[in-house]
Design a protein around this ligand. Structure first.
Ligand code: FNR
Length: 371
């Protein structure tokens, strides 16, 4: 279908659902157990109300901001998500091309279906990427990948270390589609095709070989030996861990509050709750490191609400993959076009002309405050 005829992210997901294989859909859509965290991730934004001001000149609206010291056109990024070529041959390279004109940042998954070199090929000057690491039991494999990423530091500006999924959650939609590892479009990078002996869901295949023994004391010093790139810790879900992460600045420059799109521990909190906890118990975290969030973003109003609560950037996982499934590179472009336009409309109707002016006074979050 003509991508321009699709008006919102739900319509794009609907088209993608019809077009991609059953296995692909089950892997992308799936979340742990009863999908409580997944559905709550989105619902929680609907329960926060906006507080628009009137008689404000809103002729101009500027969505640009800076992330880790780099200028970006929008405070939106693509979350790392494995196996983009399950949805479309354009794969992760198509995502990079689709978002290029928006000045958005992309985090490339450890389990991408194309190599990190292929993905950044032909990207615009100034277009920036992060590389997401799942530390492997065989540390040498991860160290070799870091050598490759360090060599592309004109493109890859940080390492995103994911911590919320030392083991995969129980994703029943995915597990029903038994998969043989050898059939996955794994890149030549870190995972050999094959994965877990005896089959399983795509998630179970990909997590085979991932280390479950990481700790604050051992992992960050090990990482410092293998890269000088700044570290972004992904998957924090409590104010206690956000506070701890901030003690590791400046090696750690940002944290991503995330429950892995509800795919790891079901009933783990949505990022909004963790943002609210940090504001209450350790607000100094916001000035020591950047706080990014992902999970459940479907509308520009969701993006704006997260920014009002103190997030510096907002990530989308499934929306980028479903964009790809609906129309390859063009579908990803349309997804970001919609999110950017909705974000601008929201800011204008709120009476806020730039991102740095968004704050708690623009929302009423009482309905989701728990303590
Ligand atoms: C993910 N996510 C993920 N995270 C990560 O750190 N490494 C990975 O390889 C993957 N792979 C992955 C695959 C698929 C199919 C999905 C849907 C998600 C989690 C991802 O980065 C992000 O946290 C969530 O997707 C955000 O939630 P939404 O935007 O999908 O609701």
């Amino acid at each position: 279908p003509d991508m321009q005829s699709l008006l919102n992210l739900d319509e794009i997901e609907e088209v993608a659902t019809k077009q991609v294989s059953k296995k692909c859909w089950a892997y992308y859509y799936s979340a742990a157990d009863d999908l409580i965290s997944k559905s709550f991730n989105n619902l929680v934004y609907k329960q926060i109300l906006l507080r628009p001001r009137v008689f404000v000149d809103c002729t101009r609206c500027d969505t640009s901001t800076s992330l880790l010291g780099h200028k970006v056109g929008i405070p939106l990024y693509v979350s790392p998500a494995a196996m983009a070529r399950l949805a479309h041959p354009d794969g992760e390279h198509g995502i990079a091309q689709g978002i290029s004109t928006f000045g958005a940042l992309q985090i490339v998954s450890n389990n991408a279906s194309m190599t990190p070199e292929q993905i950044v090929e032909g990207s615009l000057p100034g277009q920036i990427f992060g590389w997401q690491l799942y530390v492997q039991n065989d540390r040498k494999k991860s160290e070799d990948m870091l050598v490759r990423i360090n060599k592309m530091s004109d493109k890859y500006k940080f390492i995103c270390l994911t911590l919320d999924a030392p083991v995969p959650g129980k994703r029943e939609h995915d597990e029903k589609q038994q998969t043989v590892g050898a059939s996955l479009p794994v890149s030549s990078s870190i995972k050999e095709a094959g994965g877990k002996p005896g089959g399983g869901g795509v998630g179970q295949q990909l997590f085979w070989g991932t280390a479950a023994d990481l700790t604050w004391e051992s992992t960050l010093p090990w990482l410092a030996k293998h890269t000088k790139l700044p570290i972004v810790l992904k998957g924090l879900q409590t104010h206690e861990d956000a506070y701890l992460a901030a003690q590791y600045a400046p090696q750690v420059k940002a944290i991503i509050l995330s429950n892995h799109g509800g795919r790891a521990l079901d009933t783990a909190p949505p990022a909004v709750h963790t943002l609210l906890e940090i504001r209450k118990y350790c607000p100094e975290v916001f000035s020591r490191i950047e706080v990014w969030v992902d999970g459940g973003i479907k509308r520009g109003t969701d993006v704006v609400k997260a920014l009002c609560l103190g997030a510096k950037a907002v990530g989308v996982g499934r929306p980028a993959l479903f964009g790809l499934g609906a129309g390859g590179t063009e579908g990803v472009h349309r997804t970001f076009e919609i999110l950017k336009a909705e974000t601008e409309t929201c800011m204008r109707l709120l009476g806020v002309e730039k991102v740095s002016k968004l704050g708690p006074k623009h929302i009423n979050s009482r309905a989701v405050e728990r303590d």
